[in-house]
Ligand binder design. Structure first.
Ligand code: M6R
Length: 617
């Protein structure tokens, strides 16, 4: 979950590296560092803390002009976030090799023991430094840097993207990838490397996703890719479909604020080309599954983590109702390490914004081993998940930079609904007219999301006013239940306070004991318009908790006459098909958490201890 950038070419290397790190900082912000090679040799600067600390360090100790370099922003695994553990790490008897690493080298202890036995001393507690010394020593023996690099890559176990430069070879950056992301940016007389395309999208939109167990030899005028076996590998370019401005704040106070505001577009772009004006869903991405395959599906297992798993929980209601296929939603890390029942007729749907979440990658690999087909719902072009899945439905939310997921979630829910309606159409168990009516309603969703944004002040003001709250509970039922859990997750990660989301029906089975005088509870109230509406039951739950002192904030649909009498505050969202309401009701919870965090003076884009993309298990 670190961010990695590499560059060789005529531009100011420092500018390219720092710009790339700025856009990758969401991946980790425990420390940052760069190495460059100039006529005077290899030079490195690194500093614990956010990127600004590194910039301060470089201001105090300037780096020479250079045309090759590597940069790293860290989310700490081995070793505390200190200056010494910051990357790059140097290797070799004269410390002429510089290395950056994203991932975990699982056999580092054994590799370190070999070096210690040979009298090598270390300046950090990291696993990464071990790789730096081994590569440098192999190079000192053979004089062939690429061969030395390949030899050591074959010795490493675990997950890694590694970039190396060496003072003796000032025209080449070497890179390797296993179980961690790496993308090449192709320029004219210059080339780039990055953990994702954000690292270089300012300079080029031509990109190549590096495959598993591959090595890149990057020079200003050439890019060569080899397998770990030394055989050349051909590669395909893709064109990055967003520009640098999409990954910048664009005048907003934070990335999170911008990304909340991006949601009408994220939802609209995810629907675009997939939902016709008469409400019929087309998913060319699913062409690998015939109608007979879809009719034969015995179950769908959705695997995901965090917010993405709540998108799965929400989609489950629609998929089951419209297709009559049983759906189970599993946290990827739990699914991977039990004995799930998977048959050749099981469809595993992996949901991930980044497409690099290691838990989800491991779950999908396991599902494939067990014989399932894997469909990814992913937001990142060229991501490992997309490459490894049988089919991909891309969400088109654009780059999501803030650690707290917002627009990626509403785009994932949208994709989940599209999938459910599509499967329903093929299986024909629900009348086509009913599915079309739902499709027509879904078409209105971007406009409704825009309407929610216009009224967000109420949620923001309430959030700001509750900066001193120690605990906030969330209740929901049906699709409102995962929304409640998402509201609680947002608050935990952004405001560092106790928050929990409960199924409203579960209250009386234990959680109601938490209610005491003044306890704030946010309740997602179902629409009263549904014939089978659960609203009366949820209103009873509200009465039960108010009788015990709870202060209730309700999220209800516009025109609902039943709620105002039972809540201290009501936040209204536009009416929609009750099944789709989650897309609307979750947005005030995003704004609430952001405002509360801001009122506490916290950094909403980079909450403590977290990183955007969790590429370790
Ligand atoms: O990239 P992914 O969608 O796979 O990430 C999954 C979770 O790590 C992510 O949703 C996380 O829970 C967010 N920080 C929540 O806001």
């Amino acid at each position: 979950m670190c961010g990695i950038v590499g560059y060789v070419g005529p531009k100011s290397t420092l500018d390219v590296l720092l710009g790339g790190l700025r856009r990758l900082e969401y991946r980790g912000y425990d420390s940052a560092g760069v190495s460059v090679i100039s006529a005077a040799g290899l030079e490195t600067r690194k500093k614990a803390g956010k990127l600004d600390n590194l910039v301060g360090e470089i201001d105090s100790h300037p780096l020479p002009a250079a045309h090759i370099g590597i940069g790293h922003t860290r989310w700490a695994t081995h070793g505390a976030p200190t200056d010494g553990n910051a990357h790059p790490h140097l290797g070799g008897s004269a410390l002429k090799l510089s290395l950056i690493h994203n991932g975990i080298i699982e056999n580092f202890a054994e590799l370190k023991a070999e070096l210690v036995a040979d009298g090598v001393s270390f300046s950090s507690e990291t696993d990464s430094e071990v790789a730096a010394h081994h590569i440098a020593r192999e190079y000192e023996k053979s004089g062939d840097l690429v061969a030395a690099f390949r030899f050591v890559m074959n010795r490493l176990h675990g997950a890694f993207t590694i970039l190396v430069i060496h003072e003796d070879q000032p025209d080449v950056v070497l890179a390797a990838r296993r179980n961690a992301p790496l993308v090449i940016g192709l320029g004219d007389g210059e080339n780039f490397l990055g953990s994702d395309v954000a690292a270089f999208v300012e300079y080029t939109k031509r990109a190549v996703s590096v495959g598993q167990d591959e090595i890149v030899v990057l020079k200003a005028d050439s890019v060569t890719v080899y397998g770990f076996d030394g055989q050349p590998v051909s590669f395909d370019e893709f064109s990055v479909d967003w520009d640098a401005s999409a990954a910048s704040k664009g005048g907003w106070s934070s990335f999170m604020a911008k990304e909340i505001a991006d949601q009408p577009q994220a939802v609209g772009d995810t629907l675009m080309g997939r939902l016709s004006a008469d409400g019929v869903v087309t998913l060319p991405e699913m062409s690998g599954l015939s109608a007979a395959d879809i009719k034969a599906l015995d179950r769908i297992i959705i695997v995901a983590c965090g917010t993405a798993s709540y998108a799965g929980d929400i989609a489950k209601y629609g998929i089951e109702k419209w297709s009559r296929i049983p759906v189970q939603v599993e946290l990827s890390h739990e699914f991977r390490y039990r004995s799930p029942i998977v048959t050749p007729n099981t469809l595993v749907v992996a949901i991930s914004q980044s497409g690099e979440t290691m838990d989800t990658l491991m779950a999908t690999r396991y599902a494939k081993e067990l014989g399932a087909k894997v469909l990814a719902i992913c937001n990142t072009q060229g991501a490992t998940l997309a490459r490894e899945s049988d089919a991909v439905i891309y969400t088109h939310a654009g780059p999501e930079v803030a650690v707290a997921s917002t627009k990626a979630l509403t785009a994932q829910i949208t994709a989940g609904y599209l999938l459910g309606l599509f499967l329903g159409q093929v299986r024909g168990v629900v009348p086509a007219s009913e599915l079309k009516a739902l499709g027509l309603d879904l078409l209105k969703m971007p406009a409704r999301v825009a309407e929610v944004l216009e009224g967000l002040d109420v949620a923001s003001d309430l959030g700001a006013a509750m900066a001193n709250a120690k605990s906030i509970l969330f209740l929901g039922r049906n699709v409102g239940f995962p929304v409640a859990m998402e509201g609680a997750l947002k608050l935990k990660e952004l405001a560092y306070i106790h928050a929990e989301g409960f199924a409203a029906g579960e209250l009386k089975h234990g959680p109601i004991a938490l209610i005491e005088e003044g306890q704030p509870v946010i309740v997602i109230v179902p629409s009263p318009r549904d014939a089978e509406s659960l609203q009366p039951k949820v209103i009873s739950n509200i009465q039960e908790i108010r009788a015990r002192g709870a202060k209730v904030i309700a999220i209800a649909e516009e025109g609902d006459p039943n709620v105002a009498d039972y809540a201290e505050h009501v936040i209204y969202v536009p009416q929609t098909e009750p099944m789709f309401a989650a897309i609307l009701t979750v947005i005030p919870l995003q704004a609430f958490a952001m405002a509360l965090s801001t009122a506490k003076g916290l950094d909403v884009d980079q909450p403590r201890n977290l990183a955007k993309s969790v590429t370790v298990e």
